[in-house]
Design a protein around this ligand. Structure first.
Ligand SMILES: NC(=O)c1ccc[n+]([C@@H]2O[C@H](COP(=O)([O-])OP(=O)(O)OC[C@H]3O[C@@H](n4cnc5c(N)ncnc54)[C@H](O)[C@@H]3O)[C@@H](O)[C@H]2O)c1
Length: 375
């Protein structure tokens, strides 16, 4: 059986996890590893019986490597992705795609350029939550138009509690110059991706972000975002790393009722999607009813879905099959720019005290980021 030769760049918390998953995928071969710490590189290369590289450039020059997984800190994703495409390597990049839209545009431009010479070149990003049964089911419910015209979508995602010890665990974390953002860019970047995957991109963003409110960090650790859409839908996205126990609750309301989902990462069997289904459209009821305080009647439907939180392995397996067998990619790497528009846009809104139109010019946020890095 043909195997895909992988190089894994970055051997930290998530890079080591990827190696474990790769080991379980029969069509994947761990060919080389690389990071910044020689002892770690040697130890890992020995463990996986693969080639050690001491710089990602050397690894990318190895013609036997077909594909790379990039698991370095976010601010290096752009540089490494671009160099990998130049060397005609398939790329699976960890989330977020980059620190800002400016860098994401550069990655996408390079990928699109390289695609012209190699139409089979694959690019994906590890937004593994897109493979979760719950989000796939909610997407199906929205696609089937069960809720009718959408009115409001509110996601409270405050169960990403982090300690100071976590932020101190690596010196790139939670600094503008090295991480380039906080809770939006890191801890809830999956949920921002799912939010736009389910509901599309908003037209405007107004946000309030607190920087270092609960932790001794430079970046945002509490955020409230208000989204508006061209089709009148409004959205809220509330995120924090300073709340415990916190909440992960998504509520989507349409004229035909509301969908409520609370996500418990540990007790998966407790996770229920409930749809409160109106017997008559609320928008029609507003217009047609002759009652002062009447409301549409509704029924409660428990929606079943597979409790298959596949984690990273499903994404790596799909990426491998996309290269080897032309399987459709679950996630096009270029989608990674969307959650960056949301996270950068929210911080921009706080910094400029303005409502921000989406899309905005990438240089607008980049110049703020440069100032924050120097401060
Ligand atoms: N998809 C997910 O659920 C998920 C989960 C955790 C982390 N991540 C992402 O993975 C990335 C890494 O996070 P982490 O927690 O593993 O970080 P980490 O600090 O534990 O590891 C980073 C690794 O990258 C290496 N590195 C740094 N710069 C390098 C360079 N220029 N060349 C080669 N190696 C380099 C370091 O030596 C280290 O081995 C981040 O972007 C993070 O957002 C994704």
């Amino acid at each position: 059986m043909e195997k895909l030769n992988f190089g894994v760049i970055g051997l930290g918390i998530i890079g080591l996890k990827h190696l474990n998953y790769l080991k379980e995928i029969s069509s994947a071969n761990i060919y080389a590893v690389c990071s910044r710490v020689k002892e770690k590189i040697d130890e890992t290369a020995k463990l996986y019986k693969c080639k050690p590289y001491y710089s990602y450039q050397e690894l990318l020059n190895d013609k036997n490597i077909d594909a790379v997984i990039i698991t370095t800190p976010h601010d290096s994703h752009a540089e490494i992705c671009i160099e990998a495409f130049k060397k005609n390597k398939h790329v699976l990049c960890e989330k977020p795609l980059a620190v800002d839209v400016f860098d994401a545009e550069k990655i996408i431009d390079k990928y699109n350029e390289c695609l012209k010479n190699n139409s089979e070149l694959k690019f994906s990003i590890v937004f593994q939550q897109r493979t979760f049964g719950c989000w796939k089911k909610i997407k199906e419910i929205l696609n089937d138009n069960l809720l009718g015209k959408l009115i409001r979508a509110t996601w409270i995602i405050t169960n990403k509690f982090r300690t100071q010890y976590y932020f101190n665990s690596a010196n790139w974390r939670a600094k503008w110059s090295t991480e380039g953002g906080g809770v939006l860019l890191n801890q809830v970047s999956h949920e921002l991706d799912i939010y736009q995957w389910l509901l599309g991109m908003p037209d405007k963003i107004r946000a309030f972000c607190s920087f270092g409110k609960y932790h001794e960090i430079e970046v945002e650790d509490e955020v409230t975002i208000y989204f508006t859409y061209k089709n009148d839908l409004i959205g809220h996205f509330i995120a924090s790393t300073g709340e415990a126990p916190g909440t992960n609750r998504l509520e989507i309301t349409g004229e035909n009722g509301k969908l409520v989902y609370e996500h418990d990462k540990i007790n998966l069997s407790k996770n229920k999607i409930k749809v409160f289904k109106n017997k008559i459209s609320s928008l029609n009821f507003i217009k047609d009813s002759k009652e002062m305080f009447g409301k549409p009647e509704y029924e409660i439907i428990d929606i079943q879905f597979p409790l298959d939180n596949n984690d990273h392995k499903a994404v790596i397996e799909n990426f491998t099959n996309a290269v080897l067998n032309k399987e459709k990619l679950y996630i096009d790497g270029r989608d990674g720019i969307n959650s960056l528009y949301l996270s950068n846009g929210a911080v921009l809104s706080q910094l400029e005290n303005e409502t921000i139109d989406i899309p905005f010019k990438s240089s607008r946020y980049r110049s703020w980021l440069n100032k924050l890095k120097k401060a």
